[in-house]
Design a protein around this ligand. Structure first.
Ligand SMILES: Nc1ncnc2c1ncn2[C@@H]1O[C@H](COP(=O)(O)OP(=O)(O)OP(=O)(O)O)[C@@H](O)[C@H]1O
Length: 285
């Protein structure tokens, strides 16, 4: 595994894998509207969203702050239930959270009274009932090493920096190894080098699973979205946010961060995404 802090490889290194299950549907979002009831009435965050995500696809959700990216993501995780429409995940209607859908939140969601190690172990223990204690401990250790936190395993979340907490949350999600991995700005709190390293680890995890794992990621980072994704879903501003456009990222894999920046396809989609996100703004604004 790539070690953070050591030499960081800016390449998706598992080049002997190829896309396999591109025709099987993993997540189907059908006419989904989410409204929140408050003291001032009903607020409709997202409206009539339709999106089909194939098994093994990596999809990024991108849009301005508050447009409804997390809300849409949470309809997949089951943390938010649609007011209208439905979400099907792995062939089943989503009625709430489930171990087939692991999520990394932007606010880490670690249990503050448990050590780093136990935060991951508890999750592993609750999902892998059939594994032996040794196997579960190995899984925790392996993932803690992956995020370079093994030496901090006995610390409580309150004793960690934001980036370290985020790495614990990432290690926990990777350890559970769900078939659908939901990442809500997972790398936002990380420095550029650690972020680059986590991108590689994410792609390695995906490759190890023969690219069968579906990954849906909320991000504000256009370069990250292009480097990792097969498609980028650009959302309109809310309320009643809809999908503005879905941009295909037709860059071959494995992708090399240094090289793709000069690829004409990269430059084209980068420009397109910038225009989609910032078409309202000009220097006069
Ligand atoms: N539980 C809730 N109750 C009321 N309003 C909510 C709730 N959750 C989200 N909203 C509102 O829905 C809208 C979309 O929020 P959401 O968090 O999905 O946006 P986002 O695009 O993920 O934002 P950011 O990029 O800033 O994280 C916002 O106006 C937010 O205030």
């Amino acid at each position: 595994m790539t070690n953070i802090g050591n030499s960081v490889k800016f390449v998706d290194s598992a080049n002997d894998f190829h896309k396999i299950n591109a025709n099987e549907t993993s997540v189907s979002i059908k006419d989904v509207t989410v409204s929140f009831k408050g003291s001032k009435g009903t607020f409709t965050a997202i409206k009539d969203i339709n999106l089909e995500i194939k098994k093994g696809e990596i999809v990024a959700l991108i849009g301005h702050s508050g447009c409804g990216k997390s809300t849409l993501m949470n309809t997949i995780s089951g943390m938010v239930l649609p007011s209208k429409g439905e979400v099907i995940a792995n062939g089943n209607p989503v009625k709430g959270p489930g171990p087939d859908r692991g999520i990394v939140f932007q606010n880490y969601s670690l249990l503050p009274w448990l050590t780093v190690y136990k935060n991951i172990y508890e999750a592993v223990d609750s999902v892998f009932k059939d594994k032996t204690s040794t196997e579960k401990h190995e899984l925790v250790e392996e993932n803690l090493k992956m995020v370079n936190l093994i030496q901090h395993k006995d610390k409580l979340p309150g004793q960690l920096s934001g980036g370290m907490k985020q790495r614990v949350a990432i290690a926990r999600a990777f350890a559970i190894n769900p078939s659908i991995l939901l990442l809500d700005e997972p790398f936002g709190a990380l420095d550029a080098l650690t972020k680059g390293s986590m991108h590689i680890e994410l792609l390695k995890l995906w490759n190890l699973d023969n690219r069968n794992k579906t990954i849906v990621m909320v991000t504000h980072d256009i370069e990250e979205a292009i480097f990792l994704s097969d498609r980028v879903v650009v959302m309109n501003n809310g309320p009643e946010a809809t999908i503005k456009k879905i941009v295909d990222i037709n860059l071959p894999r494995p992708r090399n961060k240094k090289d793709i920046a000069h690829d004409p396809e990269y430059i084209k989609v980068h420009d397109e995404l910038l225009n989609l996100l910032f078409d309202k703004f000009s220097i006069e604004d």
